[in-house]
Each structure stands twice: as structure tokens, then as C-alpha cells.
Design a protein around this ligand. Sequence first.
Ligand code: GCB
Ligand code: CA
Length: 873
Amino acid sequence: MVRNRTKRAFFILFLLALTTVMYAQRQIKTINDRWSFYLGECQEAQSSCYIDSNWIKVNIPHTWNNDAYQKKNYYQGKGWYRRHLFVPAFWKDKDVYLKIDAASKWADVYVNGEKVKSHPGGYTDFIIDITDKVLYGQDNIIAIDVDNSRKDVTPISADFTFWGGVYRDVWILTTSKEHFAIDTETGSDNIFISTPDVSENRAIVCVKGSVTINSTNKNRLRVINKLYSPGGELLQTNINNINTKASAMSFSCRFKPVMRPLLWSPENPHLYKVETILTNSQGQELDRMTHNTAFRWFSVDGNKGFFLNGKPYKLRGFCRHQDQKPVGVAISDEMNRRDFDMMKDMGANFIRISHYPQDDALLEMCDKKGMLVWEEIPIVNTVPDTPGYADNCEFNLKEMIRQHYNHPSIFSWAYMNEVLLMTMRQYKGKSLTDVIQRTKSLAHRLEMVLEKEDPYRKSAMALHYEDIYNKVGLTDITNILGWNIYSGWYSDSVTDFEKFLSYQHTNHPTHPIIVSEWGAGSDIRLHSLNPHQFDFSSEYQQTYIEHYNPVIEDSAYVCGSSYWNFIDFNVAGRQESMPRTNNKGVTYNNRTPKDVYYYFKSAWRKDIPVLHIASRDWNRRCGIQRDSLPVILPVKIYTNQPEVELFIDNKSLGKKTVKNYNAIFEVPFSSTEPLLYAKAGDVSDAVKIHYTTVPYNINSDNVDNMELAVNVGSNCYFTSSESQLTWVPDKEYTKGSWGYIGGEISGTQTEVNATMETPLYQTQRKGLNGYRFDLPNGEYEVELLFSDIYKNKEQEVYLLNHKEGSSISEDNCFDISINGDIVENRFCPSAFSGKFFAVKRRYIVGTTESKIEINFKANQGVTFLSGIKIRKI
Ligand code: GCB
Ligand code: CA
């Protein structure tokens, strides 16, 4: 009896399973596992009988460019992926597709040795119909030949790494023989939902698509479109009969107006749903697709900025690169969603998906949780005349639009970034005119694609800080002008930002402006009490951001901005303080927020109180102790509250009025682990600081535990990530204290080899005569840091007259003496390893003269010093 009942239950389950199979006609699943990979060319790999057992086993998403974390010249070339795919016999009744979400930058795909697709473009997906290529009930071989070196596929020049690999999901899609057509030309799902007419009172939804019939079944088919409210209520059903005799079996449906629609906005992302169902004449379901849609409209105005749903709306957000160490761009959906959530947490309502189309997982969040989107294709720096390049650009634009058309969060498609930057550096005269002409005709061509593919969105391009774009007429081509402005970083002073904007606005009042980039770099190891342009201190980044944001907010004609960048991202070719990294992020590459994250959060979140002690990035503090009193150091608070109180070790430092979302307290530091506690209304924040001192006057009371390290030639404290030792900013020698004697500040942004402490070596004093410490007698360890970053001037002159074959060195060489004793005779720091190489020497010296004075005397070229450290032993 019991057994019988179980049997019956099984039977019912079995029937249920059968029905689900019958209805779930379209199935899609990842095949990201079980791939074999080979780096390099391997012509035979396409052949189905090739044995790949000695290849490495990988999972997709995958990139081969972990070398981009180590060197400028990362591998650009070919990589092969292979996978066995067993295709069950019962799939004979289905159509089978392979979908690859991204293979950078070019892919040739083979099935059982036959080439089935070539795809240009590393940021868009592609779909291949492999129904007639696979063997049913058997093992099949898929091979993908990927190449990230192609010069006919954009990007070819840009400030980011062109990671190679199949770095987004790979899918197998099966459908019944009658199904919604799949777009194997441009990789979209081929159903397009538009909302051509939306107002507060009524909204129209249209659906367009087509049907594929790969069977002899010529029965009538039916397309049923159902529209659901955000709450899931079925609002309307629309039925289309498909004439299966017609050659183009397309359908289109226009729902009756939705009255008083719930409008979509980043704050209230109401999504309606459209279900599109294909049935045969007996009503049996053959295929089904579901899409979100939303009711919103936008406009831009040269004087009044951006409008969402008829109301002025300031765009506040970020540009986003996608990579994360150690996986590069082979990031998961979860990581995409995590990035979205962080931007949303800061109160962003806008994302510039730059400089290339990104994962659907991100766009899905933008629709669902609310974020307006500008998405673009990566035509960056210049337009080359490489054959095929322009065609591929046009193709990638079309792909992006068709693939992401149904994301209601997108309001703008963009296609060029700073496209005259390299152009102007590389060409002059007639050839410059030619490139500009080529650029303009490509822009016109792309505008036509935009107009044809999607008349409902705005076009945009991002321009660098030069009037040339107006002069040559590029700014008349798109709907929105993005200006990338770095005044106060790469050039000039921060106040040139507002000057440039108002100049553009005054001269071109009809051009709607978005500040599509602005940003300053920061390196968590560098901090300063008097930060300045390009010093990579966290404090300069804060100053820069605090200056720009109010200008953007207060200029009504500015639509808004996207700060560059959400993350510190990898650029293999970049040098600066953190080689291989562009560090303008508001989060570190591992997505830990920088303190400036909370400036944005304070400025943008109106719905919750925000309070953050902006010392997380500078929580290893070092004070230069002048007397026995506590050292006073500033502590900044970011908050959206009007007033804030700060405590150190439970002692109140009083309250301060908050201006521009920040307040700075002068805090007395003395204990080694002080607790900072801030309070504003109901919110509070606390952080423990690690505090050390170094003496201003070295004496018998403080010398024993002293390790005085000076970042020579710099205004910045540098804390080593490895040892945690802080190197204090440099100062001039004064009697009784310590410091440099003579010389001038100098430095480089070029990477220095053989050290992890790059910024220490990049900042220097050049032409100095000496360095002096007044201190008690005793025995000391003195360490000197050098890196030769100079051409040798005398040698330059000498080189002009120099005879072929005579070997001369361009080294800068000097004698070094300590308290009068020569310790280095004609020392040439670059002699062995060359320029831009870290060199460190340590000396044990005793003094009976109450001082240690190191002197430098040039033999050839200049003297220089990057850092100095002194410690009693
Ligand atoms: C720009 C570029 C962007 C760079 C950025 C920078 O204007 O559009 O790709 O990464 O500047 O940080 O220099
Ligand atoms: Ca230095």
C-alpha cells in the first residue's frame, strides 16, 4: 500500500517533469567548464582530431593576460580554447546555438574542424547557429582561436589593457524548430521593445520580432504578447497571427495605452514586464521570451541640463572599468553586481559604461535597481586608416545597440573618446587635416547607424580638454558633448575647470554638456599636510574632488558628471606611483572604498545620514615631534549632517560646522593607538589610528628607538605597504634639527625598477650638497636611496663631439663622504643596472661630533638623493 502510493507519487512527478520539458522549449545553459587552453598560435588546434591533453585546463571567464600586472609589454597575440561537447541524440529535434559573451578582440570559431564564425570586437557577444554543424549523440569539438593583437578592431590605442581571452560566459542555447528568430548577425535576442510615446498620463509599448521555422510544419503560428505591471498583474494580452507562408515572418505589436503609468527613475525603478509567447494553432507553446521594460523619457538642453520624465535631473555618477586583480577582466556576474551596489550605495544615479560595452549582469542591475546609463564603443585616441577598422566600428556599434536595446536604463549611446588626443600628437599639417576628415566621416557614419537603429536614445562622444573639437565641427555631430577635464591634475589649476566649462557654455550655449571624466590619482601610501597637483597623495585627490563637485552641482547647464574612475584599474603601460595602475579610483582595485568614496556618499545620499572619519586611508600616522606636546595633525570628517563632533580617546574636541560635506579637526596625537570617534545626530563612526613619531630634534631621550626615514624631495609621507615604515616629508636643515643642504626638488613619473617603493625613488633632491642630522654621539646606521633619472648634461654636450666606437657612460657620478670620510669614490648609481633603477646603500658610522653629515660632490653630471634613513644601533 505504502509502496503503491510512492509509485503513484513518482508517476505524477514524472508527468510533471514531462510537462515542464514540453513547455521549456528554449533552454540555455553555460558551458564555462572543461576548457583547455593554449597560449600562442596552434594551427592544428582547429582540427577535430588534434589532441589537446597537454594544454592547461581552465574555466571561463578567462584571460591569458595576468602578465599585464607585471609588465608594460603584456602578451598581445593568439590564444586557443578547446572543449568537447557531447550533443545528445534527442537534440536532433532542436535548433542548437552557441553564444559567446565576449572574446577579446577577435575570435574564429570552429566546430569539428569547420570554421563557423569570425567575430571582430572584444566587448560584444556573438551567437552561432551550430544545428547543422554538430554530430548528434556524439562528442563534438569546439575550438576558438582568439587574438588580442588585431589592429583592425577597436581599441587600438587607449589607457587600459586590451585583455585577451574568452572572458565572459559561453552558452549553449537550444530551441524548438519553431522559435523566435535568433540574431546570428549581431548577437541580440532579436525582440525589440520600445516605448515611443510616454507621458505621466499614458504610455505606449511596442514589441517587434520575428520567427524562424526550421521544420516542414507550415501550420499557423501565433505570437502572444502579455504586458504585466510592476506588481505582476497582467494588464493586456495582444495576439498576432504569423503568416508562415510569408518570407519575413516578422511580427509587431502595439499595446493599448497604459494609463497613468508608473514612471521609471533611478529612485523608483518600476519595471513592467513583457512576455512574448509563440504557439502553434493548437495553442501549444513553442517558445517564450521575457523582457523588462519601463516608462521614462529624457531630454537634454544646452542651458538647463538633463531632464528625466520632464523634470531637471542632475546626473551623478562614475565611469567604470571592469578589471580586478588577479583575474583581470575575467570577472564573475557577482563581481559586476557588487560594483553596481557600491555605486548605488554612494548615491550614484548615473554610470558611464566606459570605454566599451560591459556585462549584461551590470545592465540588468541598472534597470532593476535604478541607474541611468551611457554606454559606448571604444574608439579611443585616434581613428587609424587600417582597412576594415571603420567597418568594424560600425558593426560593433550596431551590435551594442541591438544587444542592449531592451535595457530601459540606457539613455545614450556613445562612440568616440578623446578621438583627437593622439591624432594631434601624431599628425601635423595636411595629414592632420586628413585624419580629422576621416574622424568626422566616421562620426557621421555612426550617427546614421544610431538614428536608424534607435531614434529614442541620445548620441554622445567624450572629448578631451581642447577647443579643436569645436573648430573642426565634431561637436556639431552628436546630441550630447562629454568633456573630459583634468585641470589641476594633468594641467593648470583646479579653477580652470569652471573657466573651461563656462567658456564652452558661453560660446556654444546650445550644446548639452556632461562632464564625462574628471579625476585625480591617489596612492594609499602617500599622504600630505600640504598636498599638491600630481603628488598622488590621498589628500590631493580629496582636494580636487571637493573642488569639482560643487561646480558641477551649481552649474545648471551641466547635465551632470561621471567621475573617472570607479576603481583603480589596470593599464599595463602606465607608470606613475603605482606602475600598471591608473589610481584615480574612488575604490582601490580590490574594491575597498577610499575615503573619497564617502565624500560622494555624503554629497549624494539624501535619504540616510552619512558620517565617515576620512582617515581610513591614512591610519598609520607619523608626526614630527618638536617638543613634549602632542603633535597636531588634521583629521577630516565626511558627512551630510550640518554639524559634527570629534573625540580622541574619549575627549571631545568640540563641534564643527560642516561645509561642502566635510569638517577638519586639528587633533592632538600622543598615544600610539588613539581612538577617533565622531558623532553627528544619530550617526557615529570610530577608527583606531596607529601613531608613531620621529624627532625634530634628535636627543638622548628620543634617539634609542628612533628610525628616522625621510622621503627626500617630497612633500609626502610615504608608508611602505610591506614594512609599514613611514618615510616623512623632506625639510631643509636647521641648526639642532635635520634636513637637506642645497639642491632643488625634482622627480619623475617614470617607473623605477627593482623596488616596490616606487614613489620614494621618483621624488628626489637634485644637485644637493649634503644632508645633515644633529644628534647625540654614538653609532648609527645610515641608508641612502638613489635612482638616476637624469640625462647627464655635460655628457650631452660631450656626445655631440663624440667619436663612433668610443665608449662613454652617461652616468651621473659623485663622491659621498660621511663626516668628512669618503665612503664612495666616484659613485655612479646607474653604472651597473642603468637609469631608473633603485639603488640602496647602508653604512655603519660612529660619530663623536654630535652630528652626521653626508656630503655629495659631483664628478660628472649631477648629485641626487631619493631617500635617507638613520637609526641608532
Ligand atoms: C582620459 C581617458 C581615460 C584615461 C584618463 C586618465 O581622458 O579618456 O581613458 O584613463 O583620461 O586617467 O588619464
Ligand atoms: Ca623621495
